[in-house]
Design a protein around this ligand. Structure first.
Ligand SMILES: Nc1ncnc2c1ncn2[C@@H]1O[C@H](COP(=O)(O)OP(=O)(O)OP(=O)(O)O)[C@@H](O)[C@H]1O
Length: 375
């Protein structure tokens, strides 16, 4: 009889160098998946902190057994991340497949995700000064440039967002969650695929036509960059209408010349070709390449293209990854407090790239769900 676990193991055997852990070891490491060790919850299951037999601390991601969606993502994650290594990518130690259990084991990163710290509403003691933010942006950009330009075949991550950027002890950023990643076959500039990702970070041309290029990741990176600079998440439905959408707000400030040199806006331009490559972004962030902010064109906004129908939430976790072709559940994320927002007056050390005049706002978490039809 072919069991589900056997099927997995067969597929896994095609992926060399993946360490396999026993379920018993996972249970011991997490003290029987004790709620006290639970450090997070994602779209596909729970994440626990645990100590492995060799003494290493690990983040143990248990994919929920009933999540059919997770099967493909589980194998993709292992396939993609086990073959590459970079200081700005999370490290996969191995996995566990027993009966219907599917578990991923990563190196444990002490300082949580950007979503829970900088952007997540004041539960963190970390001081995100400009130098730190700049280093974080550069680190993420280097990780993405590696995926886009150095790895062969090139990899498109497809779900760049604040909750997928984890911070180690020294606040070095690590890109995580490769479950949606796509390999771009040589000589191809794009692949056509069902749309997956997280609303608020999705490039309009990808959301609408499903044509995926590296520029879709660059768009998401641009949104994230603006979030890091401003210290708030991309959508806050509790604010006055003209302040709800971070990218729109940023564009307004830019048009009024209250904002200069924002690389986030360069990366989110409506025309994908105009968005710079990630290696150019790294150079701009490091000050090795000028940012020509006279040529920045309006960001692509899904709301400009789509017929958005707002309906009440049905069991949706804020900011979760969506993989459905036509229905997206979206939210403003956990935006209860924005005490980390920096203003022009308080940021003397900022480079021109990071100058922002956004003000600090407070808003309670709010969740809405969108259904949209392609036009
Ligand atoms: N290697 C790790 N070290 C420390 N914490 C981690 C690690 N991996 C995940 N986490 C924590 O677990 C949380 C959930 O992670 P997960 O990747 O499952 O979901 P997500 O990215 O938040 O959401 P989604 O699955 O919808 O994309 C993260 O936000 C983070 O706080």
């Amino acid at each position: 009889m072919i069991t589900r676990a056997n099927g997995f193991l067969k597929q896994l055997s095609g992926i060399p160098d993946v360490k396999q852990y026993t379920y018993k070891e996972m249970k011991i490491a997490t003290e029987d998946f004790s709620p006290a060790n639970k450090i997070g919850e994602g779209g596909f299951g729970s994440v626990y902190k645990g100590q492995l037999k060799d003494g290493k601390m690990a983040a143990i991601k248990v994919l929920s057994a009933e999540s059919k969606q997770g099967v493909k993502e589980f194998l993709t994650e292992i396939d993609v991340i086990s073959k590459i290594e970079h200081e700005n990518l999370v490290k996969l130690y191995g996995c566990c497949v027993e009966e219907n259990q599917r578990i991923l084991v990563y190196n444990y990163l002490e300082n949580n995700s950007l979503a829970q710290t900088l952007i997540g509403g004041g539960h963190s003691n970390i001081q995100f000064n400009w130098r730190t933010r700049r280093e974080i942006c550069i680190g993420i950009a280097c990780g993405l440039a590696f995926l886009h330009e150095e790895v062969r075949p090139h990899i498109i991550h497809r779900d760049i967002k604040a909750s997928n950027i984890l911070l180690d002890r020294d606040l070095m950023p690590k890109i995580s969650d490769f479950g949606l990643a796509k390999l771009i076959p040589p000589n191809m500039t794009h692949v056509s695929t069902r749309v997956a990702g997280t609303i608020g970070y999705l490039a309009p041309e990808y959301a609408i036509r499903g044509q995926l290029t590296r520029k879709a990741d660059i768009y998401s990176f641009g949104v994230l960059l603006v979030e890091i600079v401003s210290g708030r998440c991309n959508t806050k439905s509790r604010l006055p209408i003209d302040e709800q959408y971070l990218l729109e707000r940023t564009w307004q400030l830019y048009e009024r010349r209250e904002l200069v040199g924002l690389i986030g806006l360069l990366c989110t331009q409506d025309t994908p070709k105009l968005r710079p490559s990630m290696s150019s972004v790294v150079k701009m962030l490091r000050g090795e390449k000028a940012v020509d902010d006279n040529k920045i064109t309006k960001p692509g906004l899904i709301s400009d293209f789509m017929d958005l129908k707002v309906r009440p939430l049905q069991n949706t976790k804020p900011g979760s990854t969506m993989t459905t072709a036509s229905t997206y559940n979206a939210s403003s994320g956990s935006d209860s407090q924005d005490n980390s927002t920096l203003s022009l007056e308080t940021s003397a050390a900022a480079t021109s790239t990071f100058i922002s005049t956004m003000s600090s706002e407070t808003s309670a978490a709010n969740t809405t769900s969108f259904t949209f039809r392609t036009v």
